[in-house]
Design a protein around this ligand. Structure first.
Ligand code: ATP
Ligand code: MG
Ligand code: MG
Ligand code: MG
Length: 515
């Protein structure tokens, strides 16, 4: 069986042989782009090349990029641990052409790599192409269809809609039609009974998307004739909560327009953990060697067993299995973002990390019955595992573990009381909704991020009044602004050799304040 390290290496070797320069991953934390907190795809660091603002130093590059999808357009947080193939932090393998090769080569090479180098059986693969979209006057991608037809039987080439086959980095920015590759990992018997074609893009845990080839042709910009960003911001202030989330995409389409990019580019992204799971013949990413080391350490620490086969049918076993997966996943997000200079804090990107961390703490506290700081104990296994790919973690291992431990201690101080409080709130809740002021009290007094309250509410078949929560939050902000102006500096500056120097991390804040 190939190890994950070998699988990653084969990807780099393949594209190096096709004339690509192998470049390092950009930091997972984005420091100079107001539209993006974290890297959510391999292409982010190349945005300026696509837009024509800068000239690419190489026409072809490949790499593995640390990505995080927990906020903004790509937010997978609620899937993580519940399913077995969406992570918060994951590696995206990618190859790029900056105005160089286009669909013909990209498609031929991805097929060659998967079927000849990795030897995935052809009858397990499906590919997709963009079917076009009338609202934005976008044409069907005939070219991609024709290129795939050279290798793939017609019943395995599937049309896809804008949601699945038109890739966009964020609300605005470079975008284009895409063509994806999906693998059917079901048993022979299951494959005989139902065609995998029906299960592509259908949330089937064994028929999964592994690779996306994006053909960058457009830039989405705000349409000022229709009010643009200003109109959107106003709309957003008025519309919050779940319904607004669903309308958001439509609103953006309405208030933006597509302009053609100066040149055409290829941008591909393959989920490394999914690829490894496929090649190692596993049914879940967590059964691959990317995660088994971490899961084994969690088993040792908690004296509990991870059962990959647990189902929601037996709720206690299910919660325990989800907790294992959540911890093995979240520790990666937390460790790599801290190693890249983002400390947990009470605002912005730092608060996103604090939210993930608190979510993980509540999972081990409640479902693994472990009441001490746990996450920081997982840093060494990750640091060793990634020492050659992402050496920044091993170089700062003690520092990262220390920050995590302090955060855990701080939240554990109020967690038990907070959990009691939410039980009381749930017991007295009428009309299936936790009201905004209760959610705000959990946040303000017990340090419960809103998504943690939402998670616990859902486990009890309740909703949270998020509009009400936002209103309470706004009132508190107004009060704080009136009282004093505080600066929340939470960056760490990394020096050239990767060692760290503190810039304004306020320890008293981490220790005494929980929000
Ligand atoms: P999905 O439909 O499964 O959510 P996606 O279409 O959102 O994936 P892309 O934006 O096309 O994903 O990203 C390229 C590749 O990155 C995907 O084909 C997949 O293999 C991988 N990927 C995307 N999101 C995740 C995630 N949350 N965890 C692990 N891998 C991911
Ligand atoms: Mg997705
Ligand atoms: Mg998809
Ligand atoms: Mg995709």
């Amino acid at each position: 069986m190939m190890t994950s390290a070998e699988i990653r290496q084969l990807f780099m070797d393949f594209f190096r042989n096709k004339g690509h320069e192998i470049v390092p991953s950009a930091p997972i934390v984005v420091k100079n782009d107001p539209t993006l907190l974290f890297t959510n795809a391999g292409m982010n660091q190349f945005k300026d090349y696509f837009l024509g603002n800068k000239k690419a130093p190489f026409p072809r590059v490949a790499d593995t990029q640390k990505c995080l999808r927990v906020s903004g357009k790509h937010n997978d947080l609620e899937e993580v641990g519940v399913d077995t193939y969406h992570h918060t932090m994951f590696e995206m393998l990618g190859n790029w052409s900056f105005g160089d090769y286009f669909k013909k080569e990209a498609i031929a090479w991805s097929w060659e790599l998967l079927t000849e180098v990795y030897k995935i059986p052809k009858d397990r693969l499906y590919v997709t192409y963009f079917q076009g979209d009338a609202t934005e006057n976008l044409a069907k991608d005939e070219e991609a269809f024709n290129e795939w037809s050279k290798f793939v039987a017609p019943d395995r080439i599937l049309p896809g809609n804008k949601k699945d086959n038109f890739w966009e980095m964020g609300d605005t920015g470079p975008c284009g039609p895409c063509s994806e590759i999906h693998v059917d990992c079901r048993t022979d018997e299951e494959r005989k009974q139902q065609s995998g074609a029906e299960l592509v893009n259908n949330d089937h845990p064994q028929v999964i998307e592994i690779w996306n080839n994006v053909f960058m042709q457009f830039n989405r910009i705000w349409n000022n004739e229709k009010g643009g960003l200003k109109a959107f911001t106003e709309w957003q202030e008025k519309n919050k909560g779940e319904e607004a989330k669903e309308l958001r995409g439509k609103k953006i389409t309405e208030l933006t327009k597509l302009e053609s990019l100066p040149a055409k580019h290829v941008d591909t992204g393959m989920g490394f953990e999914r690829l490894v799971r496929v090649l190692q013949g596993k049914q879940s990413n967590y059964d691959s060697d990317v995660f088994t080391g971490t899961l084994a350490v969690i088993e040792q620490i908690t004296n509990k067993k991870y059962d990959p086969k647990a189902t929601p049918g037996t709720i206690a076993d299910w919660h325990q299995a989800v907790a294992f997966r959540v911890l093995a996943d979240h520790i990666r997000a937390i460790s790599f973002t801290i190693a890249d200079g983002q400390l947990p804090s009470s605002t912005g990107a730092g608060y996103v990390i604090r939210r993930i961390l608190r979510r993980a703490v509540r999972y081990y506290y409640t479902y693994l019955d472990y009441k001490q700081p746990l996450l920081h104990q997982l840093v060494p296994v990750l640091a060793t595992q990634f020492k050659t790919v992402f050496p920044e973690l091993q170089q700062q291992q003690d520092f990262v573990a220390k920050v995590i431990k302090e955060e855990e201690e701080s939240f554990l101080r109020t967690l038990e009381k907070g959990l009691k409080k939410i039980d009381e709130i749930i017991a007295s809740t009428k009309n299936k909704t936790i009201n905004g002021s209760a959610a705000f009290e959990l946040y303000d007094t017990y340090g419960f991020p809103i998504d943690l309250t939402r998670l616990i509410a859902r486990e009890n078949n309740l909703e949270v009044d998020e509009k009400g929560f936002d209103a309470e939050m706004q009132q508190q902000k107004d009060r704080a602004r009136a009282a004093t102006a505080i600066s929340a500096e939470d960056w760490v500056v990394l020096s050239e050799n990767g060692s760290t120097s503190f810039v304004g991390y306020d320890h008293t804040q981490a220790e005494t304040k929980v929000v």
